[in-house]
Ligand binder design. Structure first.
Ligand code: GLY
Length: 368
């Protein structure tokens, strides 16, 4: 069973195909996109060990020859040295302007391979085959690509839309519970930012899809991708509405920076904790009902998701230290960070005028 979500972007439009059993079928599904039947797959060591053989034989079955560039797993690969390595390897493999590169992995690989494709020969096309829930519902769709700077996350990059996105739900079976739940934080984000019915549905169906139900997972990914595709097609370059996708990210990025982008806190966990803080801030500012943050926290708790700063092992900076880290966020304009706040579940908006003392108070309360 497959479902298709279109991303409408004029001549750069593409489709996201979601289903099961897609890797063995990759060759016949992707052959129409190739001008010559060869490709380079950029992946990481973990995904390569688990799924590369399946993808390569699936491509081969459709007549597409492939070779792989395998980089270390983890956020550390979103770096200048790794970008150089990937770009030079693609050139050494004689990737031409009309060839397509495949990004096969989680968010790190999609961002790294997509950025390499964006700058190689002034831009070659690429296909996203995301393997983490987080990449399936967020980073593989919408064309944000890039690497991290020592000064902050995602500060170097380009918008470069993929030509196609192939989402095989089966690969989620090999994720750890923690990785799955971190991605689930991004699924909940779509309900919280703009679709209260979806959040209601997740409150009921979340445990079933966490426990492996494939049709529930397809539906959750479809609704997430459809929400993202709608936003991206209305505001591709983030001049307005797309910023709502950053719900939880201003807090989350500061927490990720505070924990050194390490295993102490996965990106999706930072976003989940950040969304809890965004709702706490909204309630403190009188924007949403006082009980709304508790409803969000109750769903995260029911799913077993990390949801508060107390769930992060080790020391954290104090409230002022975290506010300092927010100043490095790429959403800062004129030194003022943007916060996505909520009037209710499913009703969010961007606010650049949040009083710093309210942010400090929310963080101080969450740190005790
Ligand atoms: N992950 C946020 C965006 O794609 O805009």
């Amino acid at each position: 069973m497959t479902v298709t979500v279109p991303v409408a972007l004029g001549e750069r439009s593409y489709e996201v195909v979601i289903g099961t059993g897609l890797l063995p079928d990759a060759g016949s599904r992707l052959a129409p996109f190739f001008r010559r039947p060869r490709t380079l797959i950029v992946t990481d060591e973990t995904v390569a060990a688990l799924h590369l053989a399946a993808l390569q034989s699936g491509l081969e079955a459709g007549g597409i020859r492939s070779e792989a560039i395998v980089v270390p797993a983890g956020e550390g690969s979103k770096s200048w040295p790794m970008l150089e390595r990937v770009v030079e390897a693609l050139l050494a493999h004689r990737v031409e302007r009309d060839d397509l590169v495949i990004a096969f992995g989680g968010g790190v690989i999609g961002d790294l391979a997509g950025f390499a494709a964006a700058i190689l020969r002034r831009g070659v096309g690429f296909i996203q085959i995301p393997t983490s829930l987080l990449a399936q519902v967020d980073s593989s769709v919408g064309g944000k690509t890039g690497i991290n700077s020592p000064l902050g996350k995602n500060l170097i990059g380009a918008f470069h839309q993929p030509r196609h996105v192939l989402i095989d739900i089966d690969v989620l079976d090999t994720l750890s519970d923690r990785e799955f739940l971190a991605g689930y934080g991004e699924v909940v984000k779509y309900g919280l930012l703009g679709d209260a019915d979806f959040f209601d549905w997740l409150e009921t169906e979340g445990p079933r899809l966490r426990d492996g139900d494939k049709s529930g997972r397809i539906e959750a990914v479809r609704r997430s991708v459809a929400a993202k595709a709608g936003i991206v097609s209305r505001d591709e370059k983030e001049h307005g509405e797309r910023a709502l996708l950053n719900l939880g990210h201003t807090f989350g990025h500061a927490l990720e920076a505070a924990t050194g982008y390490s295993d102490r806190l996965l990106h999706g966990e930072g976003v989940a904790i950040g969304m809890g803080l965004a709702f706490a801030l909204s309630a403190r500012l009188g924007l949403c009902a006082q009980e709304t943050p508790s409803r969000v926290a109750a769903h995260f708790a029911a799913m077993g998701l990390r949801r508060s700063m107390a769930d992060i092992p080790g020391e954290l900076p104090d409230a002022d230290g975290l506010i300092e880290l927010m100043a490095q966020d790429k959403k800062v304009v004129g030194g003022v960070p943007a916060f996505i706040l909520c009037r209710a579940i499913g009703d969010s908006f961007v606010n650049r005028e949040v009083p710093p003392e309210a942010v400090r108070a929310v963080l101080a309360e969450a740190l005790v």
